[in-house]
Design a protein around this ligand. Structure first.
Ligand SMILES: Nc1ncnc2c1ncn2[C@@H]1O[C@H](COP(=O)(O)OP(=O)(O)O)[C@@H](O)[C@H]1O
Ligand SMILES: [Mg+2]
Length: 171
């Protein structure tokens, strides 16, 4: 995926969210987690330019069609630190939570999550894999897949689906 594709994948996800979803993002520094959240914010109608990695504050809130909480757990080392973020308070209600370094907070995350794994492929190319760990997330991903294939120039140019049955995207 190019930067443009990352943006568009985020936008598509942002447009189909229904509220209350947890989006767990995994992948090394520079893989594009924040870039993808920017796309999600745009898809939600929140200002994407406001999105930057929450460096000192662990959680930033944005308002679009739905509220978005952008969380970065990079600096979280212990269960106690995790608890002190107040993260779990976001998991009820309509707020969408997008969580970078989700592996550092797994114990506190809801069961039903959209999981997105990003990795470096080349200087400007990334692999992005999307999967669901429960029925609510599964529905959202199914919607995103439909929207993505409808609007995808990648899709038209290539017989491989950008979001295929294994919920894996590679391009
Ligand atoms: N295909 C791509 N998708 C996402 N980001 C990309 C891509 N190619 C290059 N980049 C660059 O990689 C960097 C990703 O940074 P960022 O989103 O902050 O990563 P992370 O939050 O995972 O540490 C940005 O500088 C972005 O411009
Ligand atoms: Mg980041």
């Amino acid at each position: 995926m190019s930067q443009k594709h990352t943006d568009r994948l985020g936008q598509v996800i942002g447009r189909v969210l229904r509220g209350g979803e947890t989006i767990a993002l995994y992948g090394p520094l520079g893989a594009g987690k924040t870039a993808l959240v920017r796309g999600i914010a745009e898809g939600l109608g929140a200002s994407p330019t406001a999105i930057s990695s929450p460096t000192f504050v662990v959680i930033h809130e944005y308002q679009g069609r739905l509220p978005l909480a952008h969380v970065d757990l990079y600096r979280i080392r212990t269960p106690r630190e995790l608890e002190s973020t107040g993260l779990i308070e976001y998991f009820s209600g309509q707020t969408v939570t997008a969580i970078e370094w989700a592996d550092r907070g797994l114990a506190a995350l809801p069961q039903d999550r959209i999981e997105i794994r990003l990795n470096h492929r080349a200087a400007r190319s990334r692999t992005i894999q999307v999967s669901a760990t429960g029925p609510k997330s599964d529905e959202v991903i199914a919607l995103a897949r439909i929207q993505h294939s409808k609007t995808s120039s990648v899709h038209r140019a290539s017989p491989r689906r950008a979001l295929n049955r294994e919920d894996t995207t590679r391009s």
